[in-house]
Design a protein around this ligand. Structure first.
Ligand SMILES: Nc1ncnc2c1ncn2[C@@H]1O[C@H](COP(=O)(O)OP(=O)(O)OP(=O)(O)O)[C@@H](O)[C@H]1O
Ligand SMILES: [Mg+2]
Length: 252
């Protein structure tokens, strides 16, 4: 089974249906880039995968587990809030805004989840967290507070913080779009190395270059529906659908 399997996912806000039956599979170690115009439902879909939104119809499985549900006696039961938090540990999410704890150092931010949520041994977590900061190129910033870091550095801490939970899956929602242009590359480099190391990733991005060089598959979403999907070469360089062609003509 694929690591992520979404079938017929529908989601409305009020009378507006923003996801209109999304089917998507993401294999283990696969990197899928989600592209599409503003309002297409990209963020909403990611939030559904992480159960930050409940879905109205369809089903999403992550590693064989139905998101937001628990199987018992052949039936599915909706999870309670604390059970949802438990399920969510397996999925790392990095947003446009960095969402670091401002009063904690970079190292403390990375250590927070494993220590507070997983109740793991502090010394062990500290060593792992330092290694993660090194992995994102920030070993020397361990004791800096977020305000003392650039946007790119903060975003790399946010990635390290997500990785500290040893997720099976990483979700990125436009992780570089709030950054000054000169800081985008350092964050994309970290994501690229993560992909090369075999992390399964769903990445919402407008960075076409990243999608072209790192994605195994590109999914193009418009108005809550998948319009086109394929390899980067197929979708980005040889789009078949008019909506994809129009979108790419604007962003390229
Ligand atoms: N909590 C909410 N309540 C009501 N409407 C919402 C909510 N969240 C999203 N929407 C609407 O759902 C639609 C899809 O939004 P979404 O944020 O998923 O789009 P997106 O593809 O991520 O767009 P962008 O590229 O601008 O980030 C939009 O019309 C948006 O206004
Ligand atoms: Mg969005």
């Amino acid at each position: 089974m694929a690591l992520v399997e979404a079938v017929g996912v529908r989601k409305s806000f009020g009378h507006t249906e923003v996801l209109r039956g999304i089917d998507l599979e993401v294999g283990r170690g696969e990197v899928v880039c989600l592209l599409g115009p503003s309002g297409a439902g990209k963020s909403t879909f990611l939030r559904c995968v992480n159960h930050l939104e409940t879905i109205d119809a369809g089903r999403i499985w992550v590693d064989g587990v139905p998101v937001g549900f628990r199987a018992s006696g052949g039936k599915l039961f909706e999870l309670r809030e604390h059970e949802v938090a438990f399920q969510r540990r397996d999925v790392g999410m990095v947003f446009q805004r960095f969402n670091l704890f401002p009063h904690r150092t970079a190292l403390e931010n990375v250590m927070e989840g494993p220590v507070q949520v997983l109740r793991r041994d502090r010394a062990e977590v500290r060593a792992e967290s330092l290694a993660l900061l090194e992995r994102v190129g920030l070993a020397e910033k361990a004791s800096a507070h977020p305000a003392q870091l650039s946007g790119g550095q903060q975003q790399r801490v946010a990635i390290a913080r997500a990785l500290a939970m040893k997720p099976k899956l990483m979700l990125f929602d436009e992780p570089t779009s709030a950054l000054d242009p000169e800081l985008v590359g350092e964050v994309l480099d970290v994501m690229t190395s993560l992909a090369r190391d075999g992390m399964t990733m769903i990445v919402v991005t407008h960075e076409i270059g990243f999608a072209r060089s790192v994605a195994d598959r590109v999914v193009f979403l418009v108005d809550g529906a998948v319009v086109e999907t394929g390899t980067p070469a197929d979708v980005l360089d040889n789009p078949q659908q008019p909506r994809t062609q129009q979108f790419l003509a604007k962003v390229l």
